[in-house]
Design a protein around this ligand. Structure first.
Ligand code: TYM
Length: 337
C-alpha cells in the first residue's frame, strides 16, 4: 500500500435479494469489527450494481432498505461509519465512466463472476454486467480507500481495481489513486452451501435449505443446520483431517466465524465429537448471533422513513469525500471546468 494515503475502509453489498450467512460472516460482521475511531469506514448498498441483472423496482427499493436495516441491526453505527446507497452519490458512476476508458477488454473478459452470471447466453448479458468491475473500482477509488474487506469471491475484482489504479497513475503520470489492499481474513471468507460443500452459499441457489438467511427465525436456523449435509465420521482433532470433507470443513469454518476462533481452535474443542453433538452446538451459536439481528431488522423495517433519512445523510457525507476526488480526477484527465 502506498503510505501517502491515510487508511480508509470501503466495502459494498448488492441489494439484489436477501442477506445470507455468507454475507454476514464474510462481510458484514467484519465491517462491524473494522469500525474504529482513528480511520473512516464507508459502507455502501450498491444499487447501481444490482441492476446489471433485472430487478423489479419495488423489490429493489425494499431490498435496499432491508439491507440498510441489516447493516444497522448487525452493529454498523451510522454515526461512526458512512452508510448510504450508491445511486445517491453520482460520483461513483462518473468515475466509473473514466475507468471504463482505463480498463481493457481483455481484463474484463477474464472475470469469472461475469462468466458465472452471464452463463451460456453471453450475447444476452447486459453491457453493465460486463463493465461491472470498472464501476466497482470506482466505488473504492472515489474515496481513495486503502482497505477493502470482502469475501474470497471478490478477490479477482479487487486485483482488477489495483490494475486500474496503477494504469491510471501510469498513463497520466501521477500518484493519485492508492493501490488498494484486499482484506480477506478470518475463518469464513468462503461460506459454502449447506447442501453441497463444493458450492458457495448464495442467495441465488434455488434451494432455500442451502443457505441461512438473515431474516430466518431461530427455529428455521436450527432446522437448516440440523439438516445440513455431512459425512458419517466424527470430527477430527487436526485441520488436515478435514481434507476431502468439504461439508465438515464448512461447518467448522462457520462455527469458527461465529465464535471468533480459528478452525484449529474449534477442532481442539470439538475434535472426536459426532455431528449429532456438534450440530446443536453450532445451531446455538448461530441462533444466539443471528436471531437478535433478524428481530432488530424487522423492527427497523417498520419505519422506512428513518432508514431513508440515514441513507440520505450518509450520502451527503460520502459526497463530501467523493466530490473533490472526482474534481481532481477530471483535472488530471483534462476536462475543462
Ligand atoms: P455481493 O453483494 O455478492 O456480496 C457482498 C459481500 O459478501 C461476501 N460474500 C460471501 N463471503 C463469504 N462466503 C459467501 N458465501 C459469501 N457470499 C457473499 C462477498 O464476498 C462480499 O464481500 N461486487 C460485490 C459488491 C461490490 C463491492 C464494491 C464490494 C460492489 N462494489 C466495492 C467491495 C468494494 C458483490 O457482488 O458482493
Amino acid at each position: 500500500m502506498s503510505s501517502a494515503f491515510t487508511p480508509r475502509v470501503f466495502s459494498g453489498i448488492q441489494p439484489s435479494g436477501g442477506l445470507t450467512l455468507g454475507n454476514y460472516l464474510g462481510a458484514i460482521k467484519r465491517f462491524v469489527d473494522m469500525q474504529a475511531d482513528d480511520f473512516e469506514t464507508i459502507y455502501c448498498m450498491v444499487d447501481l450494481h444490482a441492476i446489471t441483472v433485472w430487478q423489479d423496482p419495488e423489490v429493489l427499493r425494499r431490498n435496499t432498505r432491508e439491507l440498510c436495516a441489516g447493516f444497522i441491526a448487525s452493529g454498523i453505527d451510522p454515526e461512526k461509519s458512512i452508510l448510504f446507497n450508491q445511486s445517491q452519490v453520482p460520483e461513483h458512476a462518473q468515475l466509473g465512466w473514466i475507468f471504463n476508458t482505463v480498463a481493457r477488454m481483455g481484463w474484463l473478459n477474464r472475470m469469472t463472476q461475469f462468466k458465472d452470471k452471464a452463463g451460456k447466453n453471453r450475447e444476452n448479458a447486459s453491457v453493465g454486467l460486463f463493465a461491472y468491475p470498472a464501476l466497482m473500482a470506482a466505488d473504492i477509488l472515489i474515496y481513495h480507500a486503502t482497505h477493502v474487506p470482502v469475501g474470497e469471491d471478490q478477490k479477482q475484482h479487487l486485483e482488477l481495481t489495483r490494475d486500474i489504479a496503477a494504469k491510471f497513475n501510469h498513463d497520466y503520470g501521477v500518484d493519485f489513486f492508492p493501490i488498494t489492499e484486499p482484506v480477506i481474513e478470518g475463518a469464513a471468507t468462503r461460506v459454502m452451501s449447506l447442501r453441497d460443500g463444493s458450492k458457495k452459499m448464495s442467495k441465488s441457489d434455488p434451494s432455500d435449505m442451502s443457505r441461512i438467511n438473515m431474516t430466518d427465525d431461530a427455529d428455521m436456523i436450527a432446522q437448516k443446520i440440523r439438516k445440513a449435509r455431512t459425512d458419517p465420521d466424527a470430527l477430527p482433532s487436526e485441520i488436515k483431517g478435514l481434507d476431502d470433507r468439504p461439508e465438515a470443513r464448512n461447518l467448522v469454518n462457520i462455527y469458527a466465524g461465529f465464535a471468533d476462533l480459528s478452525p484449529e481452535q474449534v477442532l481442539a474443542e470439538v475434535g472426536g465429537k459426532q455431528f449429532s453433538e456438534f450440530k446443536p452446538m453450532l445451531a446455538d451459536q448461530a441462533v444466539a448471533k443471528l436471531a437478535p439481528i433478524s428481530i432488530e431488522m424487522a423492527r427497523l423495517m417498520e419505519d422506512t422513513s428513518e432508514i431513508d433519512r440515514i441513507l440520505h445523510r450518509g450520502a451527503e457525507r460520502a459526497r463530501a469525500v467523493a466530490a473533490p476526488i472526482l474534481k481532481q480526477t477530471y483535472d488530471i484527465v483534462g476536462m475543462v471546468s
